[in-house]
Design a protein around this ligand. Structure first.
Ligand code: NAP
Length: 275
């Protein structure tokens, strides 16, 4: 192990952070969860909470919430990186997003912080279909999205966690930017078809307009900032710019990334999508 102090995992109860913690636990390495529900609490919206979360920490895995592209996020992550370095954190591994100008600005802030850095620049997560956005529509049997028929190389968050823990615990990853994607690109319709096959259920995929999407989400009382974020991702980021697959998982881990069908089968077996 490169460093043996405590690892702060910001977003440690989220999709990637939870898995990073599981892997640190398996290795018997000390960690601290950074989230609003942790003790001490860490809140991106309350800078006063940051120092206590950073106390005694030598390295951190940093995920922002809800997305580095929301207004004010860049300033917050920059301030956090700078404070972390002032407080003695040596190594920062940052979860970034592919195809987002704001994410690349956050990456530059990280590089300028003076920390030993690694960047995980990720495509759209496979687990969005089972742990967030799309779970309810899948359970309801119809997924309606304002998305073009673009292909996206969905990345498995277990691969992200494997790369994060490797970068945190093994030498040779400082100053490395890993673009993390799955091994093939598929449309959202293809992804839903794979999930339908894996579950044996009938699940329809329907394309709707952004206006129809907004109206439906407002009716479901989804907060407007979340609706704006999803519409931004679907209209701007998911325009085909991220379709090419990247080799970050292979470069970081020396093995190929997990395929979407592996994710679909594994996840169907948990029963989360019903029978
Ligand atoms: N989802 C994707 O497909 C995708 C793709 C590429 C990049 N990314 C990037 O990944 C990052 C995380 O996104 P995600 O969707 O995977 O989320 P996530 O990690 O699943 O988010 C939930 C985590 O954030 C914590 N959290 C929520 N609000 C917080 C706050 N105000 N202060 C501190 N912690 C807070 C939650 O814990 P508490 O509720 O306890 O606070 C929980 O640990 C984003 O920056 C996004 O840009 C996501």
């Amino acid at each position: 192990m490169k460093q043996n102090g405590t690892t702060l995992v910001v977003g440690g109860t989220g999709k990637t952070g939870r898995r990073v913690i599981e892997r640190l636990q398996l290795r018997g390495l000390p960690y601290r969860v950074g989230s609003r529900s942790a003790q001490p609490a860490f809140d991106w919206e309350d800078e006063k909470t940051w120092s206590s979360a950073l106390k005694g920490v030598s390295q951190a895995y940093v995920t922002y919430y809800p997305d580095v592209c929301v207004p004010g996020a860049l300033e917050k992550v920059r301030s956090f990186f700078d404070l972390a370095v002032r407080d003695g954190v040596k190594r920062l591994v940052f979860l970034s997003g592919r195809g987002e100008v704001e994410a690349e600005q956050a990456e530059e802030a990280l590089k300028a912080s003076g920390a030993d850095w690694s960047i995980l620049r990720c495509s759209f997560f496979s687990q969005n279909f089972s742990e967030t956005f799309f779970l309810e529509p899948i359970l309801a049997g119809e997924v309606a999205l304002p998305v073009r028929p673009v292909e996206e190389p969905f990345v498995d968050v277990d691969d992200i966690a494997d790369v994060a823990v490797t970068a945190l615990t093994q030498p040779g990853h400082t100053g490395k930017l890993y673009e993390l994607t799955g091994p093939r690109a598929l449309t959202f319709g293809d992804a839903i078809d794979e999930i339908a096959r894996a579950t044996g259920r009938s699940i329809q995929f329907v394309t709707i307009t952004p206006e129809e999407y907004r109206a439906g989400m407002l009716q479901a009382q989804v907060p407007t900032e979340v609706i704006d974020l999803v519409l931004y991702l679907f209209s701007t980021v998911l325009d085909g710019r991220n379709t090419p697959v990247a080799d970050g998982v292979q470069r970081a881990l020396g093995r190929p990334p997990r395929d979407f069908s592996d994710y679909a089968k594994r996840t169907a077996a948990t029963g989360v999508w019903g029978k």
